[in-house]
Ligand binder design. Structure first.
Ligand SMILES: [Zn+2]
Length: 475
């Protein structure tokens, strides 16, 4: 065996050597491998010195997987958390779920030195799935106020929904049927709650103080028509908040495919402006940069095909909102009344969850929130001019901020998914990109704090100049 192995290796080595040699000398291969476009800019790229990312990253081992699992088990023990079930029975129904979440958040708030504030927000909502009648609902929020008065009214949200549902569509209004909802979405609630613990702990050590306000939400009514999500958006507006970003975690607990843990999927919609990106897409890119490509699988669509979640109301309002979801869903374990049929087990039970994967998702959410809430405000009014000239001109505005180091001007090939830093500028206003065409790249600007935290990118708007059109045509 050994001899044969060595012989094959020798042959493989010889083949590899031949291929390398051939690639090196072959003009056909060289053309395929090296893009052959005019250098842009001709004089070479700028080499700005970039600030490193903030120190004090939340360590993966600081995630408390045991407490996350304990909260999920408590939520499952409520039998059902259908939004139409009891709000007052401490043993069964959605009120039981609320009680467990509030209790866990109170523990975390105590450890935060009283910084974390717990709010139970009661409201009513109506949809087809409430039978057209208004039903009472209660959202649970843990709020970590921003340390910088300038940004205390900017809000970064992480949210999971704590209602559950049995089989769809037959049983969606039946509180008497069990709906454990371990993955959908006790998992997302556990991520939101654990993020509250991790981020408030990081903020307490001083270095990671959140300039903006953070809201860790557990909301009801998702399965009844995103009732908690729509209400959260209204609530934030009523409180006078600007939404800095909204991270929805929905179905983030299972990872059944071989080779787990895998990357979590991060969905972001494309927006409605030509040649531009939605704020949600920019938030997704920012999260991928913070957590790394080995952790985040960006998916460039608003949600799974034909499905929705609580980020949707925010996305439709033009706000930066994204959805985290596990890598490969098992539809026998979602929206299914627990039962066994023809030897197949149905139902959303905690035993199908993967603690390592779930812990990864919590860490990725918490670190993204930590860095985003430390960053200066994104620039405003970003514009691109200079069409039909040799130079692209990028303009943007920004309010004064003594904690800001400056701005990164970003660009990317129109076919590329990710931004690259083109240059750095200390002040807002106009920067001329000498020898750069307006036509071959997309451009954006983001703010950089002295602490290294980046805002989400703001793509430049282009002047809308349609080509000349005929004013009359003879048929
Ligand atoms: Zn869900």
């Amino acid at each position: 065996m050994t001899n044969r192995g060595s012989a094959s290796n020798a042959i493989l080595g010889a083949i590899a050597g031949t291929i390398c040699f051939w690639v090196a000398i072959s003009p056909t291969f060289a053309q395929q491998r090296i893009p052959h476009d005019p250098a842009e800019p001709q004089q070479g790229l700028p080499h700005p010195k970039l600030l490193p990312r903030p120190t004090g990253a939340i360590a993966r081992q600081s995630v408390d997987e045991k407490s996350m699992r304990a909260l999920i088990d408590q939520l499952v023990s409520c039998g059902t958390r259908l939004s139409l079930s009891s709000w007052t029975d401490p043993k069964r129904g959605i009120g039981c779920g609320r009680d467990h979440i509030v209790a866990r958040l109170n523990e975390i708030a105590k450890d935060s030195g009283g910084k974390l504030q717990i709010v139970v927000d009661k409201f009513e909502s109506t949809s087809e799935r409430t039978g057209g009648k208004p039903v009472p609902l209660e959202s649970v929020y843990a709020i970590l106020p921003g340390s910088d008065p300038k940004f205390a009214k900017t809000l970064f949200i992480v949210s999971g929904h704590y209602d559950s549902i049995p089989s769809f569509p037959s049983d969606i209004m039946k509180p008497e049927i069990d709906a454990p909802g371990a993955d959908d979405d006790a998992s997302g609630v556990s991520v939101s709650v654990e993020s509250a613990r991790l981020v408030s702990k990081a903020a307490a050590n001083g270095k990671s103080a959140n300039r903006a306000t953070l809201l860790f939400a557990a909301i009801p009514g998702e399965e009844q028509g995103l009732l908690g999500g729509y209400h959260l958006l209204d609530w934030a507006k009523q409180q006078g908040y600007t939404i800095g970003g909204m991270l929805d975690d929905d179905i983030v607990g299972a990872d059944p495919a071989p080779g787990a843990p895998h990357r979590v999927r991060l969905f972001s919609g494309s927006g409605e402006i030509d040649d531009c990106d939605s704020p949600g897409r920019e938030l997704a890119r920012a999260i991928e940069e913070i957590d790394g490509r080995e952790s985040i699988r960006m998916v460039f669509r608003v949600d799974r095909y034909g499905r929705g979640g609580d980020h949707y109301p925010f996305y439709k309002a033009g706000l930066p909102a994204v959805r985290f979801t596990e890598p490969l869903e098992d539809y026998n374990h979602e929206h299914q009344t627990p039962r066994t049929e023809n030897g197949i087990e149905y139902g959303d039970r905690a035993k199908y969850l993967n603690a390592t994967f779930l812990g990864d998702v919590a860490r990725d959410n918490a670190e993204a929130l930590r860095q985003l809430a430390m960053a200066p405000a994104p620039p405003t009014n970003a514009k691109l001019t200079g069409a039909v000239t040799p130079d692209a001109k990028v303009f943007w505005s920004a309010e004064d901020d003594p904690e800001r180091a400056g701005f990164e001007i970003l660009w990317r090939e129109t076919t590329e998914a990710r931004w690259q830093v083109y240059d750095f500028a200390e002040s807002p206003g106009q920067t001329v990109l000498h020898g750069v065409s307006t036509d071959n790249h997309f451009f954006a600007v983001r703010s950089v704090g002295k602490n290294g935290a980046r805002s989400i990118a703001v793509p430049t708007e282009t002047e809308r100049r349609p080509p000349p059109q005929p004013t009359g045509t003879k048929q």
